[in-house]
Ligand binder design. Structure first.
Ligand code: SF4
Ligand code: SF4
Length: 342
């Protein structure tokens, strides 16, 4: 059902929903940029429509709202274990505003955490309580390549919220529990179709005929041995990266008590492939880049039928060495085409 309402009308609805739900959206943190006094766009809690950054892309993705960078799973003593509270403990749930590419990224997270053998308990207990609101894109951002990754459109949302002009809000609601809120605030009830991007400035061509053996043999990966500084920012900003490491923290006043945490990990960072006996599978940054690139456009697709990368462009935006992942995909494609596939 579609609704047209004012910003004041939407604010009343957000206020009512915030009594039961934590609401997260991309918002602007003034002077929050790590390298300068520029603003930072990042996810945070919001209570009103004017706090939501409709026209900016968040540097980190929505995943940090419900998959914390560091999360305590349980506490332990010599003879007892206690589960840590869910990040949504005491709440009916959370509402997360996100873009079409991010909703496609959510499908990738679900694939890994819910459908890839046993469901991940800690992911599921939070995921089951989250509603998603689409922020439609009228225009692409410079680094986006969602159209080529087929993530520019979606119908998987509870509602979409789009601002038209100064004070008009267009809603497409698919969650019938929310219709009562929108009906009460609506100035008009009529079908609403969210905007979506149909072309992007950044284009990529994902190679169709690609094998791991062929890609591994390519020479250009070695260029990244020097250029990449293995900071891991590309992984941490990516909405589809799902790797964690486990850490046991022992309390200093009782060395037999502590807590187990899981903390985001990065395949680009030292130590990720370390194994017993001092071995490491990918010591060079170029080898790590090859692994990451192939995981995003080849391995995941071979397993699940679609690429892991959704073309959000965040890794291109955030790399301190100006390494462009979209360029890497195109280089891969160019080499494969030049060599005539397998
Ligand atoms: S953000 Fe750039 S420099 Fe940092 S690990 Fe990723 S590719 Fe390397
Ligand atoms: S690899 Fe880069 S462009 Fe692709 S989904 Fe991750 S952050 Fe976005």
């Amino acid at each position: 059902m579609g609704y047209i309402l004012s910003k004041e009308g939407l604010n009343k609805i957000l206020s009512a929903l915030s009594k039961e739900y934590m609401i997260f959206a991309p918002k602007i943190f003034e002077n929050g940029n790590k390298f300068s006094d520029l603003p930072l766009v990042r996810y945070g809690r919001v209570n009103s429509v004017d706090e939501i950054a409709f026209d900016a892309k968040s540097s980190n993705s929505f995943k940090e709202t419900f998959m914390p960078i560091s999360q305590t799973l349980f506490f332990f003593t010599e003879d007892a274990v206690k589960e840590a509270d869910s990040p949504l403990a005491g709440q009916k749930g959370a509402i997360v505003f996100l873009r079409s590419c991010d909703i496609h990224a959510l499908k990738r997270l679900d694939e890994i955490y819910l459908n890839n053998s046993e469901a991940d308990y800690y992911y599921k207990r939070v995921r089951d309580k989250i509603k998603f609101v689409l922020l439609p894109c009228k225009e692409p951002f410079a680094s986006c390549f969602c159209v080529d990754m087929q993530s520019n459109k979606t119908e998987s949302y509870d509602a979409s919220v789009e601002i038209d002009g100064e004070n008009t809000v267009c809603i497409d609601c698919k969650n019938h529990e929310w219709d009562c809120f929108f009906k009460e605030a609506a100035q008009k009830v009529l079908p609403v179709t969210p905007s979506f991007v149909v072309e992007t400035k950044t284009r990529v061509s994902v190679p169709e005929q690609l094998s791991a053996a062929q890609a591994t043999a390519l020479g250009f990966w070695a260029e990244y041995d020097g250029r990449c500084i293995n900071c891991g920012r590309c992984n941490f900003s990516c909405p589809t990266c799902t790797c964690y490491t486990m850490q046991d923290l022992f309390y200093s006043d009782n060395g037999r008590a502590g807590e187990r945490r899981r903390v985001w990990a990065s395949c680009m960072v030292d130590g990720f492939t370390d194994v017993a006996g001092g071995g490491a599978y990918r010591k060079k940054n170029g080898e790590r880049m090859r692994f990451k690139a192939l995981h995003k456009v080849l391995d995941f697709k071979q397993r699940f039928g679609y690429t892991m990368c959704v073309g959000c462009g965040r890794c291109d935006d955030i790399c301190p060495e100006y390494i462009s992942f979209s360029t890497i995909i195109n280089r891969l494609s160019g080499e494969v085409t030049q060599n005539g596939g397998e």
